[in-house]
Design a protein around this ligand. Structure first.
Ligand code: B3K
Ligand code: ZN
Length: 888
């Protein structure tokens, strides 16, 4: 596939002022008539008019009311080119499309209950000919026509202006969006849906109708999403002074959707997964995810829609910023510490490996082959970390002033990441020139920190060295003649120092006359930099990178005693958790080495660690204890995260070590886990919120430890938990444990779960997922068998994600099985799926990212499958880019 470069950006030749669309949906086809009021762009260099198109059948074409003669236009590939156009003109096209056959789920497509759209990044060109780029912003009016009985609901962006009936049982509706927008934010829906509505009154008194549309019969699963909309609207007013700007805010849920959701202006389209929830169908985590995704899409209305991206290289401008905003919302709505811990865990599980693999890219890549491959953990999650660092460096108030300035300068515009940084810089007075390296350099930097204590001088020194090893990204850029300058990052290191009693020391840096608080933001700018603290009586334990203040790897030679100290006393929740993770990582890597050396004992697990975990568990029950946080701390790093720590990954030894640790803890702390399990039982009516969810998380964590005991009593406890569960959180926790137990109860539970929920698609996804994640031998064959089960449908992304991606991305023992069957399964799915839905196929292909980190035998097996994929005829650009880079 051809590579597209940021450096080649040029402004569009022609702009669009007004789009009038008329979309008529029929069985087997749709006809789209588009009227584009256009003019030449005064700042462009000129040239022919080029309109993007994909899978369109052109039926007519006219300019200013005159049909265009054959010599006046041509198709270059699928691009419609018109050499001569006046300064201002009206272009009219009629095209025929086939939404029923649109298995890519990009553009206008059929799903069970009707027709839906997905236009980001480049789906609008699959609806009509158009300059399909985000810096072309136009006002849209859209009329839809469809059969009234089959598709009673007709929606598009903005406000409804007219509707009526037509012959043959059809009807129509016209919607008008008062805001100019890029085509990627266009949406329309023609479907049979139920609707619930409510109102939100903004600070300035605008009465906004909020509506949630779902599959008929699912109105009892909408309350949480509706509440989340109103919470988000309030939060954005309170925190950023940003109000909803339309009279209608609609969310439509659809079961076939490539991603999580889409922020189309006034008409968000959501994967059902992030809308539907009822206590018996959704887990606490599902409820929280709904909050976050609803907030995310709503927040895009300002960060993305009112101010959008100039080009797709700037994707993190809207995504990093909006993820940061939904993270802050999450921290305000739920436990701040637990929320942040989960984000750090996610970043390490997905973004760090991405940044260390063949697809490594900066949050603003300088080139890509397929933009859909760049909706990544880097652009989203690392992008959010970069915004968070600005927030930390300049402070909350200056950040708010920066946001105000950004909107003041750029409302209604399509801008770049530099524009955002400039607003932050101008509002804060902080020089952010060096900070911009975060936008241009790939890879996770490493901070090597060493400390020195001078007792006589009462001085404590931290010496920080930055390392930023080159990635395949830079090599590729250099090959392309675009060598990327590299240099040290500007980043905040938030720290505190603890004394031997666990108290926080007042901090006075060299050159200061008196201490300023007990927590400081150290600004790192140099490749090597030292920070000197005065008046330090005894050697402290440093709490470094509090709140995970920068997305880096931290190398500090913590002793076991220091980590145990931080685990017990650090005031920073993230670092208390982090200390436990470091401790567990060290132990598990010892365990891996022991297993590799042929040992079958568990003497690499220190008694001190077991004691520390016992204390930790106990801390949940004292005054002020936080069960949710304890649940997080009881969960050691995942097998994939441990794999990143190894030179050559040994998935069997990692799995063995981690299981041995869990089983040993279960045996040693059996009584404590059981007591906690019993103590945390509750008969309160279910609520997905706050304390109750935290207690459930800890209770289920205890259960999953107890499930490791090879004892009938413990297994009966899990079965009882499954049978008596009063909500999906508990049901799912028990089922997930049972799925890895080779006992008859496993099959009984899986069968009863399926027969109860076979008609509830999202619950069936959970059923597929727990089986894909099973530790039992034979799981790979089970996953293959499940692909032919009636519950599975390869055309439905949620099913593929639940079964195949869960297996490939989160069951490393089996995916990396030494027989190569896991790799073969993944490749089979990719090859089968690619012609239907390249975006989803490409996401599965990303599971091969780390193949070079494995032993030669596994590498050979993975390479064989990667080459098999690459050799397929007419591979999509999506999969070709991922597989090509993996093999580079
Ligand atoms: N902006 C959309 C993602 C669109 C993905 C296109 N392949 C969802 C979001 O980030 O809110
Ligand atoms: Zn987004």
């Amino acid at each position: 596939p051809a590579t597209i470069y940021l450096k080649d950006y040029t402004p569009p030749n022609c702009l669009v002022d007004q789009v009038t669309l008329d979309i008529s949906i029929h069985a087997g086809f749709a006809r789209v008539a588009a009227r584009l009021a256009m003019r030449r762009n005064p700042v462009s260099a000129g040239g022919p008019l080029k309109l993007d198109g994909e899978d369109l059948q052109l039926e007519s074409l006219s300019l200013d009311g005159q049909p265009l003669t054959a010599s006046a236009w041509r198709l270059e590939g699928e691009t419609l080119v018109i050499d001569e156009v006046p300064d201002a003109f009206v272009l009219e096209t009629v095209v025929r499309i086939d939404p029923d056959q649109n298995t890519q789920l990009s553009g206008l497509y059929r799903s069970k209950d009707g027709y839906f759209t997905q236009c980001e990044a480049q789906g609008f060109r699959r609806i009509t000919y158009y300059p399909d780029r985000p810096d072309v912003m136009a006002k849209f009016v859209c009329t839809l026509h469809a059969d009234k009985a089959s598709f009673p609901v007709l929606l598009a962006n903005g406000n409804p202006v007219a509707q009526g009936d037509e012959d043959n049982g059809r009807h129509w509706a016209t919607w008008e969006d008062p805001f100019a927008k890029p085509a990627y934010l266009f949406a329309c829906v023609a479907a049979k849906l139920d609707m619930v509505e409510d109102y939100y009154v903004t600070t300035s008194g605008r009465r906004v109708r909020c509506a949630v549309y779902v599959e008929p019969g699912k109105l009892d699963q909408c309350d949480h999403a509706m509440a989340a909309i109103k919470k988000s609207m309030k939060w954005d007013e309170d925190v950023f002074g940003l109000e909803m700007d339309l009279d209608h805010y609609m969310i439509v849920a659809v079961g076939d959707f490539n991603m999580g959701a889409m922020e189309n202006k006034g008409l968000n389209i959501f994967n059902t997964k992030y809308v539907l929830a009822r206590p018996d169908t959704a887990t606490d985590t599902d409820y929280q995810n709904i909050d976050r995704v609803v907030a995310h899409e709503y927040f895009h209305n300002w960060t993305g829609n009112r101010v959008t991206c100039r080009d797709w290289f700037q994707l993190s401008l809207k995504e990093g910023l909006t993820v940061f905003r939904d993270q802050q919302f999450g921290m305000d709505m739920h436990s701040a510490g637990v929320t942040r811990i989960q984000e750090v865990r996610g970043l390490r599980a997905a973004q760090f490996p991405e940044d260390a693999g063949p697809m490594a890219h900066p949050i603003r890549p300088a080139s890509y082959a397929e933009i859909n491959n760049f909706y990544t953990a880097t652009v989203y999650e690392k992008g959010a970390e970069v915004i968070r660092m600005i927030h930390t460096l300049i402070g909350k108030q200056a950040f708010r002033r920066g946001m105000d300035l950004y909107f003041q300068r750029h409302d209604g515009q399509a801008v770049t990441c530099e524009d955002f940084i400039s607003a932050m810089q101008d509002a804060s007075g902080k020089d952010l020139a060096q900070f911009q390296r975060w936008y241009n350099q790939a890879g996770t930097p490493k901070l090597v920190v060493r400390s020195q204590f001078d007792a006589a001088a009462r001085r404590y020194t931290l010496e920080v060295t930055q390392q930023f090893p080159a990635t395949p990204y830079e090599e590729r850029m250099t090959k392309d003649g675009l060598p990327q300058a590299r240099g040290p990052y500007h980043l905040p290191i938030v720290i505190g120092l603890l004394d031997g009693e666990g108290r926080e020391l007042p901090l006075r840096l060299e050159g200061e006359t008196s201490p300023v608080g007990t927590q400081r933001v150290l600004e790192l700018r140099e490749a090597q930099q030292r920070f000197v603290f005065e008046d330090v009586a005894t050697e402290p334990v440093p709490s470094l990178l509090r709140g995970f203040s920068a997305p880096v790897l931290l190398d500090y030679p913590y002793s076991t005693a220091q980590l145990t100290h931080l685990m017990a006393y650090d005031t920073d929740a993230v670092n208390r958790w982090e200390a436990g993770q470091r401790l567990a990582t060290g132990i598990l890597l010892e365990g891996v080495a022991a297993i590799q050396a042929g040992k079958t004992t568990n003497d690499w697990i220190p008694q001190d660690y077991i004691t520390a975990l016992a204390r930790l568990l106990g801390s949940a029950f004292v005054e002020g204890g936080d069960p949710a946080l304890v649940a997080e701390a009881l969960n050691p790093p995942s097998e994939n995260v441990l794999a990143e720590q190894m030179e050559v990954v040994d998935p069997d030894a990692i799995h063995g070590a981690r299981m041995t640790l869990l089983r040993t803890l279960a045996r040693e702390l059996r009584e404590a886990f059981l007591a906690a399990y019993l103590e945390l039982a509750s008969d309160e009516p279910y609520s997905p919120e706050g304390e109750q969810a935290g207690r459930r998380a800890l209770r289920n964590a205890c259960l999953s430890y107890l499930a490791q005991l090879d004892e009938a009593g413990a297994q009966a406890l899990v079965v009882g938990h499954f049978e008596q569960a009063g909500n999906m959180t508990d049901t799912f926790a028990a089922l997930a444990s049972l799925a890895s137990l080779d006992i008859p109860a496993r099959h009984v539970a899986l069968d009863s779960f399926y027969s109860k929920w076979r008609d509830e698609a999202l619950v069936v996804d959970k059923w597929l997922q727990v089986q894909a994640l099973s530790r039992l031998p034979g799981t790979t064959a089970d996953v293959r068998a499940l692909m032919t089960h009636p519950a599975f449908d390869i055309r439905n992304p949620n099913k593929v994600y639940a079964l195949v991606r869960a297996f490939c991305a989160a069951n490393p023992k089996h995916f990396h099985g030494a027989d190569g069957e896991g790799y073969r399964l993944a490749a089979d799915v990719i090859l089968q799926l690619d012609p239907m839905n390249p975006q989803v196929a490409s996401r599965i292909a990303r599971c091969f990212d780390r193949w070079r980190k494995f032993d030669p035998a596994r590498q050979a097996l993975a390479r064989q499958q990667l080459e098999r994929i690459r050799a397929a005829s007419s591979l999509s650009a999506d999969v070709a880019e991922v597989v090509g880079k993996a093999l580079e």
